[in-house]
Design a protein around this ligand. Sequence first.
Ligand SMILES: Nc1ncnc2c1ncn2[C@@H]1O[C@H](COP(=O)(O)OP(=O)(O)O)[C@@H](O)[C@H]1O
Ligand SMILES: [Mg+2]
Length: 799
Amino acid sequence: MDRIVVDKELNLLSSEDYVFVGRKSNVFRKYREKAGMYVGKVAEIPENSDYFGKKVLVDSISPHAIFICGMRGSGKSYTLGVIAEEIALKNDAVGVIVIDPMGIFWSMKQKNKVESEKFTLEEWGLTPQGIKSVKVFIPKGQTKEAPEETWDKIFTIRPSELTVEDWCLTFDVDRFDVMGILLDRTIECLKNGYVTKKGKFVEGKAKDYSVEDMIHVIENEKSILSHEKGFKSATRRALIARLKGAKNWGIFDEKGTELKDLSKRSQISVIDISFLEDNVRALVVGTLARNILNTRKIVSRQEASGVLSSMIGGIPVTWLLIDEAHILVPGGGRKTAASDALLEYVRQGRQPGCSIVLATQQPSAVDSRILSQTDILFCHKLVYGDDINAVVRRMPSEMPRMFKNREFIQNLPIGMAIIGDKQEETSRSFLVAIRPRISQHEGRERQPIFEIDPDVMKENVKNIICEKYKKENKDALEKIVEMVNEDYNLNFRLEDILQELREEKRIEDKEEIMAGIETKKQAIEEFTEIVEIPKEKEIKPKVEPKLKELNFRKALVIYGDVDREKIYEIANKNRKKRLFKEGEKLDTCHKLYYPIFRVLFDYFPEKGDYVNLSCLIDGLTGEILRKNKKIGRTRGLRDLIPLKEDEMNFMIYLIKRENVTQIEIKNEMKLNTNKIKSLLSSTMQKGLVKIDKKGKFEEIKPLGDYKILWNPKDKKINFDYVVEEEFLDVDTIIRETITENEISKALKIWGKAKIWKIERLYYPYWIVYYSGEKPRVEVFDGVYGQKDEYTKNMIRHRI
Ligand SMILES: Nc1ncnc2c1ncn2[C@@H]1O[C@H](COP(=O)(O)OP(=O)(O)O)[C@@H](O)[C@H]1O
Ligand SMILES: [Mg+2]
């Protein structure tokens, strides 16, 4: 084992030969090391203690949300397997369900046969052993394809377990599209009974309906077929085609696998979803997670009141282990049929005893709301900056400076991880060497599917890189090249590709892209030498923790990584300096949260399909947020919000058209002279329009300087941002002044946009006070760190 010295104190809940992660001290007092999962050994030498080499035990008595991340091949699935083994060996009171998207966990039944690991196992004092309690479930439709020795039981779900939203997300249709509505109606008919076009009444089935039954309703139900109130035949056909396709997923059955067969004491149920498409995988996991949570909520209530009937039909405390989780719960506002269910599972699962272990190679691509619930985190080797940042941000206990260094995480050896938890007894995160597996880890590598011609492939890669070169940073480009290399077993290097592109004059030599990251790093390093950062304590007045807690509110916040350290750096750079006199001093910085509405809407363009879009609206001005290089706002939209519909249309026309005569308005807007007169007089009264005399003609134009984005699909509106839930000090929140009604009016500028959800978010800003001859205040954006005059003007008197 490597010996890494970490010059920072480490204190853990520990005994003579082990340390604990995730165990509460009262549980420890009562149970000592019972049901502690032996995942590995402390692999660092801390400054103060003799922890090195001690066993690391992870608690399995309290419920946990454990997160394992690392690049491909770093040992995530292996660690997940160690956890499964440990529960099987140490805790027979819980049920374990492993979601296996790679089809690798069936081999847990066999003992570890890897030659090279035999010796290590011996060193660790472990004996190879198969886990007999493993049962592998595969979807009903895959029994022919999967080799017999790799599975035990069939897995199915009842169509009745799916909500309309589940169907819609899996079919990728909008919930409020006609097809969504037809689905809703179909399910309702099946539940409550319905009348066929021939007048026959068919009784409702509470749970046991099949996909076939659903199709039957669409083909025969009276009101669905009705000419006036029914659905078009194209819609019906389209839905039937999808339902028929769904039958081929091979997962449906009227009876469905009972949850109590999946979550069973002393059984490790592996659900092999490797045969399914991503959307169907999400559906399977979503329904399962929902089911476990709901069942456990009922059972735990009964357990608490001592009702024994819950033992029958109920399920035990359950651990859900999910590999490759980013596919199921992606971030960036993308939603799958697993998103809501898993989010609820992690948020509400503790109390009813639902634990979860998620593994992913791309922590930055996982829904941050799920990540934020993590209480134990394993971080294996990672290479990309945004992934590393995501982990550094989320580590539940403090990370020593040394670990935060990108290169440190980039160079973690396979099977080594930084581990951290939320327990008070744990002073910081530390290094753990994961133990070898006692059962067989299959870890099947994906084989290249085709024999490919490297030259052809290279040309493809060059095309992609050429296209992305301007838009993406080096990390992102590296990622592309690495993905290709791994998937096709090739050996390209980004530098070579770029060189060739340069030689072919396909890209300009934009060194700054490559250098950007370096200079940034340098800047930070330089800064740390010259500027003293006031300690948190010195800035914040001390408040009794209890009192303070009362003043906190849970809120959705747009994530920004401008932390206190960074803002001091930025604020310092913005200090006014003087040649001979003393310059300005930086007084204090504090954070404020600016109200922003996130509006989710469906847009029906004149041409083309409808799309599901979102935008952010300033909660004080009603202007739409836009992003070019920095965040800005539309201009003048707030003037249009109070207008009546015809006035608004008139204004929109004038803004788009500029300088028109009455005659042109008459022809182009198809309005009569009286109507134009009345519109002109009302908008002029409101100070929105003016008339310029140009010789014989009168030119009509908007008075203000409007900057409005006319296409709701514009990239400047649909930019990326991460939203996470946080507890905010109420005193730092600025209250919005725009109402929901005003928001829906603002969106009228886009014509056919139908709002289906409005959420309140908060945007972080740093308020910086400078003292000196003339004290001043500046406002900096908490996401991009840029000076923001607009916001400064808006909140001037609010701070
Ligand atoms: N703790 C460990 N001890 C020994 N070998 C390991 C360990 N972790 C991973 N490995 C090796 O690395 C390989 C890849 O690990 P795996 O967990 O499958 O990667 P991934 O992170 O992609 O899920 C395994 O097949 C195994 O050979
Ligand atoms: Mg894996």
